[in-house]
Structures are given as structure tokens and as C-alpha cells.
Write a protein that binds this ligand. Structure first.
Ligand code: ING
Length: 311
């Protein structure tokens, strides 16, 4: 082994969580995977987006019913405390995605980073919300993230824990280059994220294989272009008949996939992430300070949609 800085990085992919599955049963599965990750030498484990419940934005229900059944008013709660206890027992940090309900009843698609001491050291609220807020009565299922969640108000930030600078995001965020660049400009070394990605596109007849290929392209391109490790955890499989892709993966700053799941069940993948591996790329090809020219990038922050060519 070289004398490089490194961290044992694991991704715990979660198979289907059905409407009938209790939070307690899901937490038991997550804790079991924490033990598996620890047994492989992991120091940190990544869980999926909205990991505690079924992917409820597929259902047309009222906000009140969603808040009652699928949101967390406190974190930890009695049901989720075993995750924090296991973090302390095993000396394992973790990332967890869940639906957050604030005291003033605002809903966010949220993720947290928890230290091996069981402390929440960072929180993120999903910024790129895909889907719609109206009831698409003719669609086979809904994708109501714009109905149940507000746009995140915490920005893309980085968090120092376990001697590593982590960035984090959620699902659709991984498809937007701005997500990673803003965090890489803050010195992120490892970007962790969870996702729930339906196999079927309700907007057009998209070949199913593209769901997986565009997912991996998004992880690989952004890992390479920002010189960061990317660890992405799926909730996947068929939830009450609604299928979501797996392909959880750990991608190196070279853009190479170093670990990938092969099932659509609960599955742990892991690697020892060499945090110096990206140094050459960040020093030469993607030396932001030397090569970036923000004076020519203004459209990226000034425009939302497509507009006229610049004069
Ligand atoms: N899910 C999907 C995702 O970004 C999606 C939605 C899929 C958008 C494919 C565009 C293309 O993976 C969530 N939850 O964001």
C-alpha cells in the first residue's frame, strides 16, 4: 500500500421498499449493511435517497397524507436512532437520504452526513427537483417531486469529517454539471449521493437501457472533470410493481468505475478510495485556478433557459 491519504468507502444499495414495509424493517436492513460495510474495512457508507420509505412521489396523494406517512419530523427519531447507534458502535460515518418535514411544515428531499460519533455534521436539501406537480391521470405513475418538495435552500456545500472534505447531492442533481463544479470549487474530494431512478420514462418512450447509461455517464464524466470520487447508492428493484434501476457505483477521479452492484437487492460495494489519486488531474488537466475563465461563463449563472446568442 502507498502512503497516500485514503478512506474506506462503501455504498449500501437498498432493494425495494414496499408500501407495506415499516421504517423499522428498513432500518434493520440498513444497519445490517452497515455491519457488512464495516467488515470490508469501510469508514463511511452511502445509503440511497428517500431511503426510509417507498418512493412515494409516484403516488397522487395529498401533502398532508404524504407528511403523515412518509416524512421525518425529527432526525433521528425512535425508528431511525438505531442507525446513529450503529455508527457509534461500528465507528462508521454515513450519508442518508430522507423526506424532511420542518417545524413550519415545509417539505424537502434531504440528505445528511453523520459522523462515526453519531453526530449530524452536514445537511443538504435537493435543488434539482425533477418531475411535475400536477396529476398526470393518464400516466402509469406520477413523479411528484415538484409537489411534495420545495427547492433546497442550503446550496451545494462541503463538509469536513473523518479527515475528508465531502460534497453531497441527491439523485437528479447528479445529472447537472453545476452541482459538482460548485462543490469542487470548495475543495470537495468525495461526492456522495443517493438516487431513486424509475426505469420507465412517463414523458416519452425512452429505451430502458438509457436510464442506466445516462446515470453512469453522469457519475463518470463529473468525477473526472472535477477530480473527485463519486459514490452513488440506489434504492432499486420493483416497489409494488414499479421498477427502478440499480447500478450503484463508486467512481474514481479518473472517471473509472471501481465498484458496481450486480443485483437489484440490498447489496454492499466498497473500495479503499485513494484521495491523492485525483491530484494529477487537479494539478494539470483540471487546475481550476490556472485554466478556468469565469469571465466567459456568465450565461451559466445569468440565464435559466435557452436565450438569444450573445452579441
Ligand atoms: N429520479 C430520476 C433521476 O434523476 C429522472 C428522475 C430520471 C430524470 C431520468 C431525468 C432522467 O435519476 C429522481 N428522483 O431524481
Amino acid at each position: 500500500m502507498n502512503n497516500h491519504r485514503s478512506i474506506g468507502l462503501a455504498v449500501a444499495q437498498l432493494g425495494a421498499v414496499h408500501l407495506a414495509d415499516s421504517r423499522a424493517s428498513v432500518v434493520r436492513r440498513l444497519v445490517e449493511m452497515m455491519r457488512e460495510a464495516k467488515s470490508r474495512g469501510a469508514d463511511f457508507v452511502v445509503f440511497p435517497e428517500l431511503a426510509l420509505t417507498t418512493f412515494f412521489p409516484r403516488y397522487w396523494i395529498t401533502e398532508e397524507e404524504a407528511h403523515e406517512r412518509y416524512f421525518e419530523a425529527t432526525m433521528p427519531s425512535e425508528e431511525t436512532r438505531p442507525l446513529f447507534d450503529a455508527a457509534r458502535e461500528l465507528g462508521l460515518g454515513f450519508y442518508l437520504g430522507y423526506a424532511e418535514l420542518t417545524e413550519d411544515k415545509r417539505g424537502f428531499n434531504t440528505s445528511i452526513i453523520v459522523s462515526p460519533q453519531g453526530e449530524i455534521v452536514g445537511k443538504y436539501r435537493k435543488i434539482h427537483l425533477p418531475g411535475h406537480s400536477d396529476h398526470k391521470v393518464d400516466a402509469p405513475f406520477q413523479h411528484l417531486e415538484k409537489k411534495f418538495f420545495e427547492v433546497g435552500d442550503l446550496g451545494f456545500r462541503v463538509f469536513d469529517t473523518q479527515s475528508v472534505r465531502f460534497g453531497m447531492c441527491l439523485c437528479n442533481d447528479r445529472r447537472w454539471p453545476e452541482t459538482y463544479r460548485v462543490m469542487a470549487l470548495q475543495g470537495a474530494e468525495v461526492v456522495v449521493l443517493g438516487y431513486n431512478t424509475p426505469s420507465v420514462n412517463i414523458h416519452w418512450n425512452e429505451p430502458v437501457h438509457l436510464r442506466t447509461s445516462t446515470h453512469l455517464i453522469s457519475l463518470q464524466a463529473n468525477a473526472y472533470q472535477n477530480g473527485v470520487w463519486v459514490a452513488a447508492s440506489a434504492k432499486c428493484g420493483s416497489e409494488d410493481g414499479h421498477h427502478m434501476i440499480g447500478s450503484s457505483a463508486i467512481v474514481a477521479p479518473t472517471g473509472e468505475i471501481v465498484a458496481r452492484t450486480v443485483t437489484e437487492e440490498d447489496e454492499v460495494i466498497s473500495t479503499r478510495a485513494d484521495l491523492d489519486l485525483g491530484a494529477m488531474f487537479r494539478e494539470h488537466v483540471f487546475n481550476f485556478a490556472k485554466h478556468r475563465r469565469p469571465e466567459h461563463y456568465k450565461l451559466i449563472t445569468e440565464r435559466t433557459g435557452v436565450g438569444a446568442p450573445i452579441a
